[in-house]
Design a protein around this ligand. Sequence first.
Ligand SMILES: C[S@@+](CC[C@H](N)C(=O)[O-])C[C@H]1O[C@@H](n2cnc3c(N)ncnc32)[C@H](O)[C@@H]1O
Length: 280
Amino acid sequence: MSSPASLATGPAVDLYLTTMAKMLTRYGFEGRNVTVKFPGRSYEGYLWNLLRIATRDRDVRIVESGEFDAERRANGRDWPADAETMVGLKRLANVRQCLESVIADGVPGDFIETGAWRGGTCIYARAVLAAHGVTDRTVWVADSFQGLPAPDGRFEADAGDQHHTKIDLAISVEQVQENFARYELLDDQVKFLKGWFSDTLPTAPVEQIAVLRLDGDMYASTVDALEPLYDKVPVGGYIIVDDYGAVKGCAQAIHDFREARGITDEIHEIDWAGVYWRKS
Ligand SMILES: C[S@@+](CC[C@H](N)C(=O)[O-])C[C@H]1O[C@@H](n2cnc3c(N)ncnc32)[C@H](O)[C@@H]1O
């Protein structure tokens, strides 16, 4: 156990972390501006992917503008055109709550997110550590940085999954690093694990994980992170599952894993999609 540390308090900490959450989600900063998502197997989807391939060296996107929708952005229901995260304010608040809890209780370990996209949730985790003057915990950013893998036939729940066709989910590691730097938060407390989870996570040099955040969408991406990392979470650490309410395969993976391990810790709801539990 690390020594419990007192959290920094006062209006400046709250103001910084509230402003960071609003910046990272672009909450209220602009019109609605969301990425238009075409179903993978639709005619429009194929045309759009062809266009994206033909223009791959340029940042060409179809963006829908409109009135800012506070409810959708707070609950992470859209894919913002420019924001560094799609998770919404409630799931960012949960990251802050979990990190502040492990800091205050002296639960040792780092923060890792498996599935980072533009990096916004990891940037927020680094901001929380910075706000409390924590210098002995690392933020690990694990991603292929090229989108999701196609289903590989291991899990029935992933059959027909179309996430791998979504080119908007492929963000380069250089872009994510630029996003950290934009907020003055790219330093040696941030480390990147580039590659498929099944390749990088079993041998990742991460010793202990106080907060494990799973955001890989599919069944395979969820278990490929949980299997190698769960035992690195000490008692009192948190497991956050971003897609539990949004992707059936992800919820199935969580149920299967918990049942196989006999895990009965209560699952708490964050919003319509995200859940977490604390390891007892
Ligand atoms: C929904 S996005 C994550 C959103 C992000 N957490 C945020 O704050 O906005 C899912 C990410 O998981 C990554 N991913 C999914 N499965 C993966 C796998 N098996 N290996 C590596 N990366 C994976 C994708 O590249 C993508 O960046």
